[in-house]
Design a protein around this ligand. Sequence first.
Ligand code: MTE
Ligand code: HPA
Ligand code: MOS
Length: 784
Amino acid sequence: MSKSAPSLTNCENKKLPHQAMGHPHFHESACAQVSGTAVYVDDIEEIKGTLYAAPIMSRVAHGQIKNINTKLALDIPGVKGVLLSRDIRGDKKFSNFAHDEPIFAIDQVHYIGQVIGLVVADSVMKARKAAKLVECDITPLTHILSVEQAIRAKSFVLPPVYVKRGDSEKAIKKAAHIVSGQLRVGGQEHFYLEGQIAYAVPLEQSQWLIYSSTQHPGEAQHWVAHALGVELNAVKVECKRMGGAFGGKETQGGHLAVWASLAAHKFNCPVKMRLDRDEDFLITGKRHPFSYKYRAGFDGKGLLQGLDLIMASNCGFSADLSGPVADRAVFHVDNAYFLEDVSIASFRCKTHTQSHTAFRGFGGPQGMIVIEHIMGEIARTLSLDPLEVRNTNLYKHHLDGQRCVTHYHMTVEDNILEPLLKTLASSSNYKERRKEVSQWNSKNPLIKRGISITPVKFGISFTATLFNQAGALVNVYTDGSVQVNHGGTEMGQGLHTKVAQIVAGELGLTLDKIRVTATDTSKIPNASATAASSGFDLNGRAAQYAARQIKTNLAAFVCGLDQCGAGAVSFENSEIITPKRKRPFKEVVELAYANRIQLWSDGFYRTPKIHYDKTTLSGRPFYYFTYGAACTEVAIDTLTGESRVLKVDILQDVGKSINPAIDLGQIEGGFIQGMGWLTNEELVWNAQGHLSTHAPSTYKIPSVGDTPDHFVIDFWTQPNCEDNVFSSKAVGEPPFMLAISVFEALKEAISAAREDLVLDTKHIDLVAPATAENILKAIRASDF
Ligand code: MTE
Ligand code: HPA
Ligand code: MOS
């Protein structure tokens, strides 16, 4: 079932002329990107008179604003003025779901970096320099930084959520063995290459054009309209592409759109606002850090019998997307395993930091990591192979009728975990290598190795059911060329390429005949965020439906010419074929136009089958699951705590891949990004609440040199058993969580190091990220 992922040696999509779908075509803008001609917001030719905005940021984590003195800033030549909360005549808060986030700090500040206002000037550098000269007199109030403090103070952005099945207390009491402990997992900076940016242009008659680097143009449009007091039809938001987003531009991009628009409104001229890297770190939200307390009962084989779990997410100062992120974490606490008697409490803690937001996996990684940790702890307690323990606890096939229903009452109907794990264990030679690792460890006192296989089962669909809808517009022009527009945004993930492929495939055309245009709220209204890995599932289907409608029109037309049934017409090799004749697509299009046949169509798709109850978190939130597994081998230096990922073997479920090259890139990138989260990417807030790691000098993302020498990626190619576009599966986020195998392998290596020191090897307390410091602490835990 597994197949090696393709390797590409040249850049010629044209070599695959007639097979648009299922082939490893290059990213539609790859050549423009590498040659520097691809346009990002900051590359858009500026309109004469454009001004630039820079943020005035709070230097206090929590405090009462007494006075803001802008004199020094205003004295700088070229500075046009300042915007503060009092300049906003309408609603002073962003029009988001929780309505708890001020556009500019109102009377209080809630974190260091919070935007108090803007300085607007005729150059970016002047605006930034002047913003630093604004004097904010703020009386400090007590601040909360940790989730422990927040829970004690009952400081929450949203009420706690409890999910329960069976009687975990009783099950744990009855169990032969118990493990209990705590786990702490850090946040993560998105570190997109293109920082947050928006360019707001006032048009005639109170209309607005906003160029925004956003995953959710529709929401940016909504927020801007609300802030400016105009109707949605007066605001058009456009996004050609983003230089990476990773969830960081699902809501945060909208903030810049509002800021730039308010400044443009005040000065009645175009305003651009771009954050520099330090500002971006300090202002925008990150992945939610999580803390856990758990108690698990299990039998002698490692079968989990009862689980009590408290999860606390650090949401920062406002709700933003924390509700759905924490919900997704609850939904993914099972990962691949059946939890029979389980009780989960999820706290959504309010702290005085940036408001944490979407980040690849969207709470899924934070849900899964704790159950994987528990699996490792169970195995170490019983001295069993952790893979055996994992296999023992896997969901069973639903046709067996048992152990196949999640803790939120959804039956797992597409389970491929068992064969997938078996295939990976064999292709990675896990058993043999585990022996070799153990032999290595017995001979080497300083460098210890560890190996681990962990699975992933990730739910596909937005948990908020209403977001699972999409629209597209396909235009065929009289020369036979095709333009596609859809509600999804391009952030490097290859969505436009895949959508172009599906349209080309439907119409029987080559890919070079299809162009995907910039995402634009005036073409497709009310589009959802491009998120939850569902961009292609939703927009690909909508575009496919639009193309099918055009096909229907053209087929009916040629049927009339050739006197045949519509079912006898096919679209292949750039031709439209009836039992009587083959005609070039272009020729039919010209003729059809002359006969007044509609050559364009919209398409609309909504995901079937899904539903769930928001209060009890039960139902079928996901249309299907994407699965995967990784086998990772690591080494640690027991004197310095340094670590390396030596070998990685991945088996990733992609369904029937629409573009294996792009899917491969998503798997590689997702894994490495996950590895960064769990190894070197450490966010440190000091006691005052200042994010000390606010630049690449102190915050380290993985580099090319951190990529393992042995990095083998295979596809599990079984088609999606649900009726999804091209029978493919979403692949954007799932591979991120394969990196949990790195964290588990590190704990195995730490356990080996502790064995030499004659310390307890059952419980490994490793804080994520596993920096050198945290690895050393975990090795010597009892000495500290
Ligand atoms: N890949 C690239 N190159 N850049 C990105 O910003 N974002 C990820 C993933 N892959 C991202 C990426 C996230 S968080 C999501 S939800 C999906 O892409 C979104 O796109 P899709 O739904 O089209 O897969
Ligand atoms: N995933 C990603 N983004 C989201 C979701 C989700 O489930 N819900 C709302 N925004
Ligand atoms: Mo992705 S975190 O759903 O943008």
